[in-house]
Design a binder for this molecule. Sequence first.
Ligand SMILES: Cc1cc2nc3c(=O)[nH]c(=O)nc-3n(C[C@H](O)[C@H](O)[C@H](O)COP(=O)(O)OP(=O)(O)OC[C@H]3O[C@@H](n4cnc5c(N)ncnc54)[C@H](O)[C@@H]3O)c2cc1C
Length: 287
Amino acid sequence: MHDVIIIGTGPAGISAGIYTSRARLHTLIIGEKTGALSKADKIENYYGFVNPISGGKLIADGISQAKRVGAEIMSDQVVSIGYDDGFTVNTKNEEYKGQAVIIATGSNRTAPRIEGFSRFEGQGISYCAVCDAFFYKDKDVAVLGCCEYALHEAIQLLPIVKSVTLLTNGVPPIPQIPKEITIIDSEISSFEGNETLERVRFSDGNTLSLAGIFVAIGVAGSSDLAKKLGAETEGLKIVVDENMATNIPGLYAAGDCTGGMMQIAKAVYQGAQAAMEVIKYIRKDKK
Ligand SMILES: Cc1cc2nc3c(=O)[nH]c(=O)nc-3n(C[C@H](O)[C@H](O)[C@H](O)COP(=O)(O)OP(=O)(O)OC[C@H]3O[C@@H](n4cnc5c(N)ncnc54)[C@H](O)[C@@H]3O)c2cc1C
């Protein structure tokens, strides 16, 4: 039985694992290779890096650091979590037991199947307004999505960019979209450009020229794992208190899966905070 099982090898999970391992808790971190950070090509707003660093390098270094301080790290996909005298974490391949669990599985940023989409990811197609808006200062951009998350991203962009168009790709938009945002609800047939994205082509043949698109289809997704245990969720995010505790004793969540600001700095902080609470929780049990 592990003291704690952490699900997710992004900044939230790895940060948590560094704290719990250094406190000498028997720590298992389970994660798959891809998270939000692995898609980030260039990060220049995280403390301590004079020059931009890639997400892939930041993950690899974090994993090496956690291993050095004693965390066990497993590459696998968690399919469910159960509770019966401790937590049972089922992966595609194994079953693990832990006294506490931290869910740090990020958010499910849905990628649409549209021609040209993957070609322009990181070259005009972004997933994060707060990270990348500055690169589109005074330019025409669009948000791909229809609902609350898309509205949130559009509002982040409005003060910085020249114009924001909401592309709903055939889905009806929510009524709260303010009038400064133009809505186009036609289906998209392709994303086009040369080195970087230059325009969107719709299935009716019309085109829209723009410098960037921010993808905001749905939010989070980790709530499925939490819901199975009866943990409280709100939309797709896991509800936590200021110590990252859910309403289920021994179950914590950290990082993008808790909603709010989706940034590395916040994920690292929440992972550390969740770990501090797990340390108290386990030590209380051992007395
Ligand atoms: C393109 C892009 C650019 C960005 N740029 C910046 C930036 O410049 N600055 C900044 O601060 N932030 C940036 N971000 C945001 C930042 O990457 C996230 O806020 C941060 O990575 C969140 O960390 P996390 O640990 O919560 O989630 P993630 O980094 O998404 O990690 C989640 C982990 O959980 C694992 N996982 C998910 N489901 C399962 C499962 N069922 N079983 C096992 N493992 C699972 C994933 O494989 C992954 O290891 C960017 C994001 C994107 C997409």
